[in-house]
Design a protein around this ligand. Structure first.
Ligand SMILES: Nc1nc2c(c(=O)[nH]1)N[C@H]1C(S)=C(S)[C@@H](COP(=O)(O)O)O[C@H]1N2
Ligand SMILES: [Mo]
Length: 333
């Protein structure tokens, strides 16, 4: 077995909440009084709230049209002290094939997507299936900030301050039954607004992804609804997307409309299109090269050179490696 042990992971990579809170250069997200009348409690007008305005000045740009500041966000365990990517990096260099295959296409074309109203169906093997309006799904949940590395299978990476909720707490509300062993996720299918979905040669639409139930329940797995303290821009998967930081980025499916508890490994978009290149598990693994390129190193956006060593499980091995005990980490899964 070649699982990275806790001892090999430098303590500096795992930051506890106290340490996080002391770091002045990290964003502070604050609840405030100035609620928009009629809006859900987690939405708040940024301009009207001095603390939120202060936050915008410290770490990210002001709220732009189409975004709303998020309130009552709890700073939680932060997994890296690496420098955050800028809001500009995170929103201008994207993979979202529903809007085209070039990195700049999502920023250019995703504005066409209507994200409100938004419904998420959660069903399958569970006692309480539900068709949620996004607001109702989020209402009982506590938003948390999670600063995670994102490692794309293409060999680039970023550090993103996501805001979201643990997927586990959402799944628990629908009460998975004993039959549920995997979770299937599906992106919106709306070719009129997602023009890339008219291109049948890129991927089979709608985009789908999947996790094993224990992966879905892992505390690192979140449903993100924002970043830099504000609701997601469409190019990042508004209004709600998955984040699984120890897996290649394509597992982190965007603009989710359906979460289904299933009893077998579900088909997934990239695995279906090129099974020998994109596995179901796709845990970040510097020892297993992509058939067309090495995975040993990565390029931190906006840099040009692949000067950074890629870490096993993207550096999250102490929290996830035990789920793969028995798997040979030199193999492709
Ligand atoms: N629906 C959908 N989800 C998707 C993709 C996509 O094309 N469609 N691209 C994936 C890939 S390859 C990556 S690397 C991440 C990129 O997320 P970001 O653009 O927010 O950085 O989204 C993933 N989620
Ligand atoms: Mo990716």
């Amino acid at each position: 077995m070649l699982i990275k042990t806790t001892r090999e992971i430098p303590g500096s990579e795992i930051t506890d909440e106290k340490h996080y809170l002391q770091r002045r250069d990290f964003i502070r997200l604050v609840g405030g009084a100035a609620m928009i009348a009629g809006a859900a409690p987690w939405l708040q007008a940024c301009a009207a709230d001095p603390a939120a305005a202060d936050f915008a000045g410290t770490a990210g740009p002001a709220v732009v049209p189409g975004q709303t500041a998020l309130a009552n966000v709890k700073p939680k365990v932060i997994t890296t002290t690496e420098k955050l990517n800028s809001f500009e990096d995170i929103t201008s260099y994207n993979n979202f094939y529903e809007f085209g295959m070039a990195k700049s296409d999502p920023q250019q074309y995703a504005g066409a997507l209507t994200t409100s109203p938004w419904k998420v169906k959660i069903d399958g093997h569970c006692a309480k299936p539900a068709d949620y309006h996004l607001e109702d799904l989020l209402e009982p949940q506590q938003l948390e900030e999670r600063i995670y590395r994102l490692r794309c299978v293409e060999g680039w990476s970023m550090v993103v301050p996501w805001v979201g909720i643990p997927l586990a707490s959402v799944l628990k509300t629908v009460e998975p039954t004993g039959k549920a062993t995997f979770v299937k996720f599906t992106t919106l299918h709306r070719p009129k607004e997602m023009m890339g979905q008219n291109n049948r040669s890129s991927l089979a639409w709608p985009y789908t992804e999947g996790l094993r139930l224990d992966e879905a329940m892992n505390p690192l797995t979140i449903l993100a609804v924002g970043l830099y303290g504000k609701t997601l821009m469409n190019q990042n998967g508004a209004p709600i997307r998955l984040i699984v930081p120890w897996k290649y980025g394509f597992k982190s499916i965007k603009s989710i409309v359906h979460i289904e508890l299933v009893d077998r490994m579900p088909p997934t978009a990239w695995n279906q299109s090129a099974p020998e290149e994109y596995g179901f598990y796709s845990n970040v693994n510097p020892q297993v090269d992509h058939p067309r390129w090495s995975q040993r190193t990565e390029r931190r956006i906006p840099g040009f050179f692949k000067s950074r060593q890629t870490e096993m499980f993207n550096g999250y091995g102490d929290q996830v490696a035990s789920m793969y005990a028995g798997m040979d980490l030199r193999k492709f899964y």
